[in-house]
Design a protein around this ligand. Structure first.
Ligand code: SAM
Length: 291
């Protein structure tokens, strides 16, 4: 086994030069070059030798080295084929790392967990590509990937969205999905100078500890999240109009108004004031009267 070397900016620059690597903006490539931040992520992820870690977007393998030291095994999914020879070099001395050259949104992660960890819950750790943060997180949750936790670097504004409740401008489908599936904990705010190249936005590390069971009882999760997405798709519309206009939902206006009234809300109410409990009751009622 080696020792993590890449947190040091000089070593990162040396590797990038040696391989004549050029950053691809379209892949959201901002590599970490701060050992303190790396230590904080590893500590917050609470990884031990029994753990299988899924890393999304290992880049040149900086965090992967730290993860490989701490975990039983690391599976790292990287889309950019130009990074694969670099990863083979920087991770060559670790025998517990598997690299997949794939788009993480197309990987059958459930199958991966079955094959690599006998279906037991895994830990997800990543400095995420910011252009697909929401689809990655929502996908992991909605596909019910067995997970203990997700510890990720995200845009600061996304970390805010993950931790907020009704009434805030940041409140939306992501806030509700996080509440339903996990408990969020802000690990650290991270300034742009901890990355190469520097991103234009501030970042934050957040740990989402997955619930054993959701905090509310929901008859049909897919329906509830379709309702949630429909109510936030048209923020300026009333909840009733948002639901009525959705192509995914098939309820009459009368059914929708009746369901909203049962929540004790008026017909002009907007989705952004509803709590997770409200969305659960609304969807449970609509699931019960569906034809
Ligand atoms: N983990 C590295 C670090 O911290 O230095 C790199 C993080 S960088 C913010 C995001 C990484 O995700 C890049 O290596 C990028 O190529 C990769 N990536 C982007 N889109 C991806 C996708 N759809 N599937 C897998 N990896 C992706």
């Amino acid at each position: 086994m080696g020792k993590p070397t890449l947190g040091n900016p000089q070593n990162t620059i040396e590797i990038l030069k040696r391989y004549q690597f050029s950053f691809q903006k379209k892949f959201g490539q901002n590599f970490l070059i701060d050992t303190h931040v790396l230590d904080k992520i590893i500590q917050a992820a609470d990884i031990g030798k029994d753990d299988l870690v899924l890393e999304i977007g290992p880049g040149i393998g900086t965090m992967t080295q730290y993860l490989a030291e701490a975990a039983g095994k690391v599976v790292a999914v990287e889309i950019d084929k130009n990074l694969i020879p670099i990863l083979e070099d920087t991770l060559g001395s670790y025998d517990n790392v598997r690299i997949l050259n794939e788009d993480v949104l197309k990987v059958d992660i459930r199958k991966l967990v079955r094959e690599e960890n006998e279906g037991k819950p895994i830990k997800v750790v990543a400095n995420l590509p910011y252009y697909i943060t929401t689809p990655i997180i929502m996908g992991l949750f909605e596909e019910h990937i067995p997970m203990v936790s997700i510890t990720v670097m995200v845009q600061k504004e996304v970390a805010d969205r993950m931790q907020t409740g009704p009434g805030s401008k940041d409140y939306g489908a992501l806030s509700l999905a996080v509440q339903y599936y996990a408990s969020p904990y802000l690990v650290a705010n991270v300034p742009p100078n901890c990355f190469m190249p520097r991103p234009k936005v501030g970042s934050a590390v957040i740990r989402l500890t997955c619930h054993d069971r959701p905090p509310v009882e929901v008859k049909d999760e897919r329906l509830m999240f379709d309702i949630i997405r429909a109510s936030f798709n048209q923020r300026r519309k009333t909840l009733a109009n948002g639901l009525n206009n959705s192509e995914k939902l098939d309820f009459s206006k009368e059914m929708i108004i009746e369901a909203i009234e049962r929540l004790g809300k008026g017909p002009g109410v907007r989705g952004e004031v509803l709590s997770l409990e409200d969305f659960a009751s609304l969807s449970n009622h609509l699931a019960g009267i569906r034809i």
